[in-house]
Write a protein that binds this ligand. Structure first.
Ligand code: ZN
Length: 274
């Protein structure tokens, strides 16, 4: 198990054992050799003449220093390299690399969208004493943005509520999720989202865990809840189908790396029949 230690100040000497999480149009640039995908190091980038821009230090993964950077959109990807959406790399890169790559994705996205001050439109600069951007004209400071979202496993007896969102691949079902609104508690958001999406009232809301979801900047806060009242009526703006499923009769569900899956696995573990 690798350990990641975040930091914003890069080491003073340029290390050899480094890793570059380089994005081009929200796709991660990785080296491909046969079936093996790997995160490039400085010599790998030099070898194919790739010069990423706007680098940001991320921290160290064990003894390897990690950097996030961008590749301008017109730079061609070398042979035997690939540009892939992070979700396509689930299972192809080790989980620790996926999470550092997610951190990189969030910071690259934030860096791109905060080059200018949102209040007075002057260029911003990196703050020297913390991860933030400052406008020296008006003093506005922008920190990397996080968008909290709830995700919830609703139980009714020995069944779980799963829905097929219209953004999902065909046949896949998952637990419900949604963004927290300004002024809302997490518990209030759980109640509102479940009611808005499927017309069900819930109670006994309990914290389950959390997971950064860097697409581009969510933090998923997971809960379990119990059915309280109502009949399923789906909100067609978001949900195609929803239903109650028992542990031995589940549809296709999200991959093991997602907290949605951890919620469903928790339900399965607690409701195995026979
Ligand atoms: Zn400003």
């Amino acid at each position: 198990m690798m350990t990641f230690k975040p930091d914003f100040k890069p080491p003073t000497n340029q290390p050899q054992r480094d890793l570059w999480f380089v994005y081009q149009d929200q796709k991660l640039i990785v080296k491909v050799s046969g079936d093996t995908f790997s995160i490039p190091r400085s010599p790998d980038l030099r070898q194919v003449n790739l010069s990423p821009i706007r680098e940001q230090y991320l921290g160290a993964l064990d003894d390897r220093h990690c950097y996030a950077a961008e590749l301008p959109p017109d730079v061609p990807i070398p042979n035997e390299w690939s540009a892939s959406g992070l979700r396509e790399l689930f299972g192809l890169l080790e989980d620790e690399f996926i999470w550092v790559a997610g951190r990189a994705n969030q910071l690259v996205d934030w860096n791109q969208s905060h080059q200018f001050c949102g209040r007075c439109a002057n260029p911003t600069e990196d703050k020297i004493d913390e991860r933030a951007k400052i406008c020296h004209q008006c003093g506005l400071i922008n920190y990397p943005r996080l968008s909290p979202a709830i995700i919830v496993a609703v139980r009714k007896g020995n069944q779980i509520l799963l829905a097929h969102n219209k953004r999902f691949r065909a046949g896949y079902y998952s637990v419900l999720a949604g963004f927290v609104e300004p002024g809302e508690t997490l518990e209030g958001c759980v109640k509102r989202e479940v009611f808005e999406e499927v017309n069900i009232k819930v109670k006994d809301i309990r914290y389950f865990g959390s997971q950064p979801w860097p697409f581009p900047n969510s933090l998923m806060v997971a809960f379990t809840a119990e059915y309280a009242d109502g009949e399923i009526k789906v909100n067609k703006n978001e949900i195609v189908d929803a239903g109650w499923f028992s542990a031995d009769n589940l549809p296709r569900i999200p991959p093991k790396i997602t907290i949605a899956r951890w919620l469903i696995d928790w339900f399965k573990t607690n409701h195995q029949t026979g």
